[in-house]
Design a protein around this ligand. Structure first.
Ligand SMILES: Cc1cc2nc3c(=O)[nH]c(=O)nc-3n(C[C@H](O)[C@H](O)[C@H](O)COP(=O)(O)OP(=O)(O)OC[C@H]3O[C@@H](n4cnc5c(N)ncnc54)[C@H](O)[C@@H]3O)c2cc1C
Length: 378
């Protein structure tokens, strides 16, 4: 059997693509996922932040559309954890204040609710932020969300399955063949053919297309997160401290997820340290202390690392790579908040229902490039 569409990768991007294709009328569709369940790789390891504070205009549109799709999944599943309005406080001092001010005009023009707070006002609203420098200012964006990407992926694929999607978990695509206008996916003893094949395999996407003799400008880099138990219950929102580049996400009454630790060099998705570094574990509570005394007796519950994919211009790679073969990757560390929209776009491009020439995956010539972070205001 030849499917109309085969998708490889059941993270947020692949799941969103499956839902969008099903809604566009594709019912002969297969989704292959290596793991036992959906969205257990980078999508599950993420901090789950969705914010309007992004540096690129197109990303802001991706976030707006993703909000709609996350909101829909929350309603359909009845699972409020899919997307929770928590709000984010972005703190800046010294040279970083200018980057923060630089975003205000844009938020105003887009009608995004926001408030600029000085230090006394920050402390009045969030007394546990008791270690701030005198010159700290903050941007409060109350409509920012905390996401549960795994719950989203499950709901998106469930609705696609109602429309005919076949989901195969524990099915690892070993290789891709592009021959005579047909694309085949080799997975163990099985070969699946698709009129169109979309590879949304996160940071593995490059390895997979290389089996077909193709290549992509995609470099996986490593991002770390920790779960900290604080000394007492807190009422913190999501906090992003620009000067240390640490972000915190509330995780229950006493816990926060705290991250930074980005390692801007290339890692192999099949061979990297999936726990946090010793240095990261030692320093993360200390960095928290720069904004709150809650870090003083914070206990480390666990830490982990995942990979995210860099591209030369920090924009995603979405579109056709060869006849019948399409890709969606290059998340730049901010792929959960944009994933539903980018997955939807990728499906539409593969089906010929949309165009995104500026995101073409073959737009680079293979030159080496520097990995730069995506979760930044610059
Ligand atoms: C520590 C950390 C914190 C982060 N925090 C945030 C955040 O707060 N907000 C945000 O927006 N983003 C965040 N990100 C980034 C975000 O997690 C990613 O951008 C996003 O998960 C990318 O989704 P994806 O579907 O492309 O990739 P993935 O979730 O990795 O999905 C790819 C899927 O493809 C499958 N796969 C791979 N190869 C094959 C194969 N050969 N055959 C079959 N299946 C295959 C994998 O098993 C996986 O399920 C964070 C990332 C990390 C690591």
């Amino acid at each position: 059997m030849t499917y109309d569409l085969v998708i490889v990768g059941g993270g947020v991007w692949g799941s969103a693509a499956a839902q969008a294709a099903a809604r566009a009328g594709v019912h002969s569709m297969l989704l292959l996922e290596s793991n036992i369940g959906l969205a257990q790789e980078s999508s599950a390891k993420s901090g789950g932040i969705l914010t309007d504070l992004l540096w690129h205009l197109e990303d802001q549109a991706f976030v707006s559309r993703s909000r709609e799709l996350y909101g829909e999944a929350r309603e359909q599943s009845g699972d409020v954890s899919v997307a929770r309005k928590v709000g984010m406080l972005t703190l800046a001092e010294g040279e970083h204040v200018a980057s923060l001010y630089g975003r205000i005009k844009d938020l105003r023009e887009r009608g995004v609710p926001h408030e600029l707070l000085d230090r006394p006002e920050i402390v009045r609203r969030f007394p546990r932020l008791d270690r701030l420098r005198e010159d700290t200012v903050a941007l409060w964006t109350p409509n920012d969300w905390h996401l549960n990407p795994t719950a989203y992926a499950q709901q998106a694929t469930a609705s696609a399955r109602d429309l005919g999607l076949t989901l195969r978990t524990e099915s690892h695509a070993d290789a891709i063949r592009v021959e005579g206008g047909k694309v085949s996916v080799l997975a163990g003893d099985e070969t699946y053919e698709g009129h169109r094949v979309l590879i949304a395999a996160g940071t593995w996407t490059r390895k997979l297309v290389r089996t077909a003799g193709l290549d992509l400008a995609l470099l996986p880099y490593r991002v770390q997160l920790s779960s900290l138990e604080l000394s007492e219950p807190h009422r913190l929102p999501m906090v992003w401290h620009l000067s240390t580049d640490v972000y915190m996400v509330p995780d229950g009454e006493r816990d926060v997820l705290a991250g930074d630790g980005t390692r801007l060099s290339e890692f192999d998705p099949d061979d990297y340290q999936t726990s946090g570094d010793d240095q990261f574990e030692e320093e993360i509570a200390e960095r928290l202390l720069m904004v709150s005394s809650l870090g003083e007796r914070a206990g480390l519950r666990s830490s982990w690392a995942g990979l995210v994919g860099a591209t030369p211009d920090r924009r995603p790679l979405v579109g056709r790579l060869a006849d019948g073969l399409y890709v969606a990757c290059g998340d730049q560390g901010i792929g959960v908040m944009r994933g539903p929209a980018i997955g939807e776009l990728a499906a539409k491009v593969a089906l010929g229902l949309a165009e995104a020439p500026h995101l073409r995956p073959d737009r680079f010539g293979g030159e080496p490039f520097e990995i730069r972070p995506g979760f930044t205001l610059d």
